[in-house]
Design a protein around this ligand. Structure first.
Ligand SMILES: C[S@@+](CC[C@H](N)C(=O)[O-])C[C@H]1O[C@@H](n2cnc3c(N)ncnc32)[C@H](O)[C@@H]1O
Length: 323
């Protein structure tokens, strides 16, 4: 009798039973250094078979056999994941605050930590609703449209404007707005309430017509400093360069431009939240300092890491950006 993993490999090649195919896939992904091989193998298999997680487990326990076509589709996906293509690219979407966002090559995959940034923007927008007004919210550097769509979905009276510089990412954001226009799923209708703009979020000319009128500015800009090459191949080789490198010696050139733009866009008392790396909280609080700003606070993400800084505008300073 062959050893168990050789048997599993053989089963996987023939189509085999689902349990054996899953075990072989998990082993291969683990050996390739994928951080969560079991989760990834299960999600890829669930996608190929069109099953939910519970249904997949039940099918594996029953010893369900894969068709040859299913086995070969799954083997192809496992091989791509082994080569460290992002799981979300293979699945075609990423979850974000209850929404499912379309992603693929050319756009930054929304991350769990950005759910904290979006949550702070949602809460600030809800405060405006409680004061009896419809909030005007701007998402600078929107990527897939994640923050903009989350705010539009969770604060239905909000009017949201999203800005993206990269035409490829802008096209993904447009797909996501279209996917959240009608229907009955999570976020249905949110796409109608987001205006998407192709342009430089740090330029004084972009959204100049909104200067002084915005209630909330949220941004997850690029902020990686030069030389801090991300370790994970999924990030290093697949997230667009424009989404990672923040520019300048410290990676904060674009975030500084975003803060300057927020100062011009917001009305007095307006709220800004900017995501950043763990080590950049102090620099962001220094940017969001009196006399223009008050209440600068760095917030932990769900994993307890300081990843977003917020403040309120006291009075709109005169800003010139770019210098
Ligand atoms: C870190 S990604 C975040 C995307 C999205 N906000 C999210 O959280 O998933 C930064 C995004 O900013 C865009 N970007 C970079 N520089 C920009 C600029 N000057 N103006 C507008 N967008 C910019 C990038 O193309 C990328 O889509």
């Amino acid at each position: 009798m062959p050893p168990a993993d050789t048997q599993d490999d053989d089963d996987a090649r023939r189509g085999g039973d689902l349990g054996a195919v899953l075990r072989a896939a998990r082993t291969r992904l683990g050996a390739a250094g994928v951080p969560s091989p079991a989760v990834d193998a299960d999600l890829l298999a669930a996608g190929v078979l069109g099953l939910g997680p519970g249904e997949l487990r039940a099918a594996a326990l029953r010893g369900t056999a894969l068709t040859a076509a299913q086995a070969s589709a799954l083997a192809a996906l496992v091989a791509r994941r082994e080569a460290r293509e992002p799981l979300q690219h293979l699945l075609g979407s990423a979850p974000f605050r209850g929404l499912e966002l379309l992603v693929g090559p050319g756009v930054f995959v929304p991350r769990p930590e950005t759910e904290t940034t979006a949550g702070l923007a949602v809460e600030a927008a809800r405060q405006v609703v409680r004061s009896g007004r419809a909030p005007l919210v701007v998402d600078l550097c929107t990527g897939s449209g994640a923050v903009a769509l989350a705010v539009a979905s969770e604060v239905p009276s909000a009017v949201v404007v999203a800005v993206e510089l990269d035409p490829a990412a802008h096209a993904w954001a447009q797909r996501n707005l279209d996917a959240h226009r009608s229907g009955g799923g999570p976020g249905a209708g949110a796409g109608e309430r987001v205006r998407l703009v192709l342009g430089d979020a740090t330029s004084a000319e972009v959204l100049a017509e909104l200067d002084g009128q915005v209630d909330v500015v949220a941004s997850n800009p690029p902020y990686v400093p030069p030389g801090a090459v991300p370790r994970e191949p999924e990030v290093r080789d697949h997230d667009p360069a424009l989404a990672l490198w923040g520019g300048g010696d410290d990676g904060l050139l674009v975030p500084r431009g975003v803060v300057a733009r927020a100062a011009a866009l917001l009305g007095p008392g307006g709220f800004v939240v900017v995501e950043h790396a763990e080590v950049q909280g102090g620099a962001l609080r220094a940017l969001l300092a009196p006399p223009s700003w008050e209440g600068a606070t760095t917030h932990d993400d769900a994993g307890g890491r300081p990843r977003a800084t917020s403040a309120r505008l006291v009075q709109a300073p005169v800003t010139h950006w770019p210098a």
